[in-house]
Structure formats: structure tokens, C-alpha cells
Design a protein around this ligand. Structure first.
Ligand SMILES: *Cc1c(COP(=O)(O)O)cnc(C)c1O
Length: 325
């Protein structure tokens, strides 16, 4: 693995450029101090509210940075991806805003509600094969046959620096931050934010968090190479999925910048979601509550610290929320 690869492609300059580039599409999100956590744990904890984007998740940042960085010809041909989650929504939304063609490839197993939502965002949806892998293959076929650009969900410098703009916004509002807790799936969010915060202050303590059920990045770090795991059901469904066996950027970056990596149980995730609903009147998805779950379970040392965690998204169905409350 060529460690230098990301060192050239991901610099603070790139993140500042991303911030300017996406500013017409992406609004700055609030950083809210949680007085409830202050009372409970006597620590100053801040929540970066990435659930307040129009599509309900931070993925709009990386998607906007990627699409806006394409050449004129690439823009006129359009883009494709194979995610039905927040990344697919983000690509569809940004493409629509920029008047670009977007083809989202999904397998036959994807529920109709998700496909309808992509259609409403103006995307073309191709339903193909029985697995996420089949859908991915078709995206790469469209790249060859129609010249569409495949927009990867995390292992792409433009996506990483786009997510990194969250780090710049946190520093604007909270320069005294000394601890950050960041949810990890493919690691684009973590890599972008951790890179910015560590460049700003190498003493910064950065904690990665995933769910106990199928934490692929966590197991890959333990094995010191990308591994695959069978997916298990979890409240943090947006954190499911592999990191890519040919991972180039996010695996070495998480390895370099994570001071600590904690896993949270389903009950702990549910308590995090419940806490946000009860104390802050916010509905969020399981993945978005994992940072809070790590704080509430005191799995991370945060006493007398200035902490921020990322509330990453709100793509959750009402039945799940009802059950948890
Ligand atoms: C994608 C996503 C994550 C994880 O981001 P990665 O860059 O894949 O690590 C966390 N929360 C939500 C809501 C997401 O959509």
C-alpha cells in the first residue's frame, strides 16, 4: 500500500478548496452544546448536527465536492453509483441541483420505498442482480459503455476532503476542542475530519466508533489489511458495508489518525437515539447516535475534556423510532 498516495491527494488546501466549492449547495450546520450531557457527565460536549442537511446526512458534502470537481465533459456525461443509502441520495440530489444525469444501480433486494425516493430526486434507477456487488459491477459497466463517472462512497480524495469540511466548521466554532468522536463505516467521514483536526493540533484525541455487529474497519485494522465480514442486522445500518479490498485512502488514514477505536452495542445505540429524542427533541438514525452511545456508556474518557461528536444523519423509519421510545 502506497501511504504517500493520500499525502499528495489530501491536504488542508484541498479541504479549504472543497469548502469554497460546495458552499453554493451545502450550508454550514450548527454545533450545539449539550447541556443535558454537561449535567450528566460534567463535560463540555458539542453535537455537530449533520442531520440538518436537506437530504438528512453529511454525505451531501463529499458528493457535492466530487461532482463539482468533474470536467465539463464528465459533467455532461453524468455520474453513477451503487448505494441505496445516504450516499445514493446525496449523489442523486447534487446531480439534480447541477442538472446532471445520475444513474443509481441497485439490486432486486432493495425495498421499493428507497427506489421511490431516488426517483423523486430525479435519478435514473437500474434494478439489477441480487446483491450490492452486482449493482456495483453494473455501475462500472456504465462507466465503460457510456462514459459515466462512478462516484465512490468513501475511498476517493474528493469525497474525503468534502467530508473534511466538517472539521473546518468545527474549528471555526470550537477552536479549543481536544477530543472528537467520529462514527466509522468506510471511513471517509473519519479520514476527512481527523485529517483536518490533527493538522490543526497533533495533540488532538480522535476516537473512532462503530457498532459491535459487523465492524469492518475495526476488524480490518486488527488484521492490518482490509477484510470482509457477513452483515448482521443493526440499528446503525448506515455503518454496514465493506471498506473495499482494494482500499487506497481511508484504511491507511483511519489507521494513522485513530487514537482509539470503540464498539457500541445495540442497546447503547438505542440509548443514544433515545437521549437525542428526549433531551434534544431530535430524531436521528442509529449510525448518528453511535458517538453519543460511546459517550453515554463512558467507553471513552471524556471527563474535563472539550468534546465534539458528529450526529451524522436522520434516515430512519418512524416504526424504528416508536420501538425505541
Ligand atoms: C455514510 C454514513 C456514515 C459513515 O461514513 P463513512 O464515510 O462511510 O465512514 C455514518 N453515518 C451516516 C448517517 C452515514 O450515512
Amino acid at each position: 500500500m502506497n501511504i504517500l498516495k493520500y499525502e499528495n491527494a489530501i491536504t488542508l488546501k484541498h479541504v479549504w478548496e472543497a469548502k469554497k466549492r460546495i458552499s453554493s449547495i451545502v450550508s454550514k450546520t450548527p454545533l450545539m452544546q449539550s447541556s443535558a450531557l454537561q449535567e450528566k457527565l460534567s463535560t463540555s460536549t458539542y453535537l455537530k448536527l449533520e442531520n440538518y442537511h436537506e437530504i438528512g446526512a453529511f454525505k451531501i458534502r463529499g458528493a457535492a465536492n466530487k461532482l463539482l470537481s468533474l470536467s465539463k465533459e464528465e459533467k455532461s456525461r453524468g455520474v453513477t453509483t451503487f448505494s441505496t443509502g445516504n450516499h445514493g441520495l446525496a449523489v442523486a440530489y447534487v446531480a439534480k441541483t447541477l442538472n446532471m444525469r445520475a444513474v443509481i444501480c441497485v439490486s432486486k433486494r432493495v425495498p421499493k420505498a428507497k427506489i421511490d425516493r431516488l426517483h423523486r430526486l430525479g435519478a435514473e434507477v437500474v434494478i439489477i442482480g441480487n446483491s450490492q456487488d452486482d449493482a456495483a459491477k453494473h455501475s462500472y459497466f456504465l462507466e465503460q459503455s457510456e462514459g459515466l463517472t462512478v462516484v465512490k462512497p468513501f475511498d476517493d480524495p474528493h469525497v474525503i476532503t468534502g467530508q473534511g469540511t466538517i472539521g473546518l466548521e468545527i474549528l471555526e466554532d470550537l477552536p479549543e476542542i481536544d477530543t472528537a468522536i467520529i462514527p466509522v463505516s468506510g471511513g471517509g467521514l473519519f479520514a476527512g475530519i481527523a485529517y483536518v483536526l490533527k493538522q490543526n493540533n497533533p495533540q488532538m484525541n480522535i476516537i473512532a466508533v462503530s457498532m459491535e455487529r459487523s465492524p469492518v474497519m475495526y476488524e480490518s485494522l486488527r488484521a492490518n489489511r482490509p477484510v470482509q465480514l457477513d452483515e448482521q442486522d443493526t440499528l446503525a445500518d448506515s455503518l454496514l458495508g465493506g471498506i473495499g479490498l482494494d482500499n487506497e485512502y481511508t484504511f491507511p488514514m483511519v489507521k494513522k489518525y485513530a487514537d482509539n477505536f470503540v464498539l457500541v452495542s445495540e442497546e447503547e445505540i438505542a440509548s443514544g437515539m433515545k437521549f437525542l429524542a428526549e433531551e434534544h427533541r431530535m430524531i436521528v438514525e442509529g449510525a448518528a447516535a453511535t458517538g453519543l452511545a460511546a459517550i453515554l456508556s463512558e467507553k471513552v474518557p471524556i471527563r474535563n475534556k472539550t468534546v465534539a461528536t458528529i450526529v451524522t444523519g436522520n434516515n430512519v423509519d418512524i416504526e424504528t423510532i416508536k420501538r425505541i421510545l
